[in-house]
Design a protein around this ligand. Structure first.
Ligand SMILES: Nc1ncnc2c1ncn2[C@@H]1O[C@H](COP(=O)(O)OP(=O)(O)O)[C@@H](O)[C@H]1O
Ligand SMILES: [Mg+2]
Length: 279
């Protein structure tokens, strides 16, 4: 269980003032749960994920994992970022084996474990390939295999499919659902794509901006794999969109000032459109 307790985070800006990025973030993630953090660009999703990973420190509040407050990064948490952070000079197998070398297990066990997770992400054919020889989707699968091979209880994923084309992203959604069903890891997944959040999550924590705070938490009550539940999922997407619309319009007004004129119903809202980066 991950308890996110009353997190407050601000950053010093260039002019010396403090920018509050997260205010009063408080919720609990159950063991084995798949949770998404959803919200427009700049609302503090990555900051919260980095605080949970231990890479970033909150000004106040605590992250408690299975009863103990975290004090920094730990092997109980694996992280996958948008751009797969693979070592370019190592092939897929060597990349996946890399972290296992400090685990005090034998070379044959390291090899076996790495191959097992490479197989799980269907990259066995490419295990000798180097990152530059792989597609973006393959690189993300290799990064997922590397994180899973360390057998963390918790997987933290920051827009892992954000840079991929639609077809690849859909395929990886399916793969990730399968992996989650098999391994039952606790997954904290950051996205700004509503459809992605709805496809994957048990619960979706919708963030508001300025400063980042929780607007609403949605539960996705649909069996997996999710493609068959179209009606219910579309309705949920629209409910979430209505909550987020307000936030996105706030960001647009802020950025465009007096030049911003919004007529009701004039924006082509689409739950599958990425929010923020296009503004
Ligand atoms: N290290 C930092 N120093 C100063 N400001 C930061 C830093 N990291 C993030 N920010 C600011 O905090 C806000 C939230 O950023 P981030 O968590 O990356 O948002 P998101 O992931 O939701 O797009 C942004 O305004 C960003 O510019
Ligand atoms: Mg981010």
């Amino acid at each position: 269980m991950i308890e996110i307790k009353n997190i407050y985070k601000s950053f010093k800006q260039k002019d010396g003032s403090d920018l509050t990025v997260l205010n009063n973030i408080d919720f609990t993630i159950k063991e084995g749960e798949f949770i998404s953090l959803l919200g427009p660009s700049g609302c503090g999703k990555s900051t919260l994920l980095n605080i949970v990973s231990g890479l970033e420190e909150a000004n106040s509040g605590e992250i408690i994992i299975d009863g103990s407050p975290i004090k920094g990064p730990g092997s109980d948490r694996g992280v996958v970022f948008q751009e797969a952070a693979l070592f370019p000079w190592l092939n897929v197998l060597e990349n996946v084996k890399f972290g296992l070398k400090n685990k005090g297990i034998s070379e044959s066990e390291i090899n076996e474990t790495a191959l097992k997770y490479i197989k799980k992400v269907h990259l066995s054919k490419f295990k000798e390939s180097y990152p530059h020889q792989l597609s973006g989707g393959m690189r993300q699968r290799a990064a997922i295999a590397r994180a899973l091979a360390m057998n963390p209880k918790i997987l933290l994923m920051d827009e892992p499919f954000g840079a991929l084309d639609e077809q690849t992203r859909m395929m990886l959604h399916y793969e990730l659902q399968k992996i989650w069903l098999e391994t039952r890891k606790t997954i904290l997944f950051v996205t700004h794509n509503i459809r992605e959040a709805v496809q994957l999550s048990d619960r979706i924590v919708v963030f508001g901006t300025q400063p980042g705070r929780i607007k609403e938490i949605f539960e996705v009550k649909a069996a997996r794999p999710r493609s068959k539940n179209k009606g219910y999922l579309l309705e949920l997407e629209n409910r979430i969109l209505n909550v987020l619309k307000e936030e996105i319009e706030k960001v647009m007004k802020e950025e465009m000032g007096d030049e911003y004129h919004f007529e009701e119903g004039s924006l082509p809202w689409d739950p599958d459109r990425d929010m923020g980066s296009h503004i």
